[in-house]
Design a binder for this molecule. Structure first.
Ligand SMILES: Cc1cc2nc3c(=O)[nH]c(=O)nc-3n(C[C@H](O)[C@H](O)[C@H](O)COP(=O)(O)O)c2cc1C
Length: 192
């Protein structure tokens, strides 16, 4: 397990300002991002925020079927590679034979923003956990939840002054992770 820096719960940047300036920014520069920024992004997406295990993003029936994976290309203090995020420990573990950024580039039809990304945060989940609660509505629920998680990450990236792009334009069938299918991803890094 690789411990992440403790995320902060407050800042000088207001939610209103963050909402007002959030934009899809595909022009990502070559500089690495600090591990503290990655820590903050993951906490925004799936961080645990109370003693009952509730998280930053809502989940139908509190099932929390989604997991975050990181494909790191340029993060200070973190070796390039694929990692799984563990919300309870606020830590990462390596994913052996996990996807690399080149793989994501290929699956996304060569999108420039993927080539430029310092980090891709992948939002993945298996439908089974949700099916047990909501039956046939499970995949709908999973996709709604992925949207909540992505927006949290995008807003946090904006508040940190990072460039960020949400992306669903990739071949999902080819990107199965231990948690299940990858539903959505956020590409981020310093502004170019
Ligand atoms: C579900 C979804 C999928 C998207 N997929 C991609 C993508 O694959 N690549 C990309 O560059 N932008 C993608 N975008 C970003 C949109 O192009 C962008 O949100 C839109 O142009 C509006 O601009 P804004 O985000 O700056 O408000 C996606 C956005 C959404 C909501």
């Amino acid at each position: 397990m690789i411990s992440l820096p403790t995320p902060r719960k407050d800042s000088e940047v207001s939610l209103e300002h963050t909402l007002a300036v959030r934009r899809t920014i595909r022009n990502i520069g070559p500089d690495p991002i600090p591990l503290s920024d990655l820590s903050q992004l993951l906490w925004a997406g799936q961080g645990i925020t109370d003693e009952h295990g509730h998280r930053t993003a809502p989940s139908g029936y509190g099932v929390y079927p989604l997991e975050l994976y990181v494909v790191a290309a340029r993060v200070d203090g973190l070796e390039s590679g694929a990692y799984r995020y563990h919300p309870r420990e606020h830590a990462l573990s390596p994913v052996p034979n996990g996807p690399e950024m080149d793989h994501l580039v290929a699956l996304s039809g060569g999108q420039e923003v993927v080539k430029r990304a310092a980090v891709a945060v992948l939002i993945a989940g298996g439908v089974e956990k949700m099916e047990a609660r909501v039956g046939a509505r499970a995949i709908h629920s999973l996709n709604l939840e992925a949207g909540h998680v992505a927006q949290n990450i995008l807003l946090q990236a904006t508040a940190l002054g990072l460039a960020a792009t949400p992306a669903a334009g990739f071949d999902k069938a080819e990107l199965d992770l231990p948690a299940g299918e990858t539903l959505y991803m956020v590409l981020t890094g310093n502004k170019g």
